[in-house]
Design a protein around this ligand. Structure first.
Ligand SMILES: *[C@@H]1O[C@H](CO)[C@@H](O)[C@H](O)[C@H]1NC(C)=O
Ligand SMILES: *[C@@H]1O[C@H](CO)[C@@H](O)[C@H](O)[C@H]1NC(C)=O
Ligand SMILES: *[C@@H]1O[C@H](CO)[C@@H](O)[C@H](O)[C@H]1NC(C)=O
Length: 176
């Protein structure tokens, strides 16, 4: 094989791997947009508020809720990358939606909504983030590090997921 041929083959592999990365992002963005539409206010209101008793709350651990203020701190102070934070969001949202689903009886009118959300979150959560975002997930895996229990309304939990999603994905996936 001449060095020119080797170079050509190398270039080809480079282009192919670049293409697969790009198509990975495009596929992921399709799922992200689907999730984003599913999390629109109308749905959060109907499935997470109107279908529940008044002032109903769910017990979650404080650190299981990923808030905008925390994400901003991780970006600005800890230099966490957007990709790591996106994966952290997928992980924490998956966990929160499962907690909501856990309190719903099989025939509850909001159950299918949580199933639809988890259908997408379950595939996307495969990549675990590195850096400080990865450390946060490791901590969430040990029960004693999840923080104290707090009572939060289900809609407030998803309102929070939606706000953080908007912060982290609008640039990458052009959410509107
Ligand atoms: C729901 O919570 C609000 C605010 O804390 C309170 O004013 C209201 O009385 C509660 N409603 C019921 C039915 O418990
Ligand atoms: C984050 O980046 C800034 C600027 O590059 C640097 O001064 C700071 O030490 C970094 N912080 C951490 C926690 O790595
Ligand atoms: C949930 O989805 C299943 C399967 O698509 C359907 O049979 C069922 O009627 C739905 N339940 C509600 C409450 O919408």
């Amino acid at each position: 094989m001449t060095s020119q041929t080797r170079m050509a083959i190398k270039m080809l592999f480079y282009v192919l791997s670049l293409l697969s990365t790009v198509s990975g992002i495009i596929e992921e963005c399709e799922n992200i947009r689907l999730l984003y539409n599913n999390l629109q206010h109308r749905n959060r209101l109907e499935y997470m508020k109107n279908n529940f008793p008044i002032n109903y709350t769910i017990r979650v651990h404080r650190n299981e809720v990923l808030r905008v203020s925390k994400v901003k701190r991780l970006m600005e102070r800890d230099n966490a990358t957007e990709l790591d934070l996106q994966n952290l969001w997928l992980f924490t949202s998956n966990n929160i939606v499962k907690k909501i689903q856990d309190v719903l009886p099989k025939k509850h009118p909001s159950r299918n909504y949580t199933i639809d959300l988890l259908d997408i979150l379950d595939i996307e959560v495969a990549v675990l983030p590195g850096g400080i975002a990865g450390d946060i997930i490791s901590r969430l895996r040990s029960p004693e590090k999840r923080g104290k229990l707090i009572s939060v309304k289900p809609k407030a939990l998803l309102d929070n997921c939606f706000k953080v999603m908007h912060l982290l994905f609008s640039a990458t996936c052009i959410l509107s």
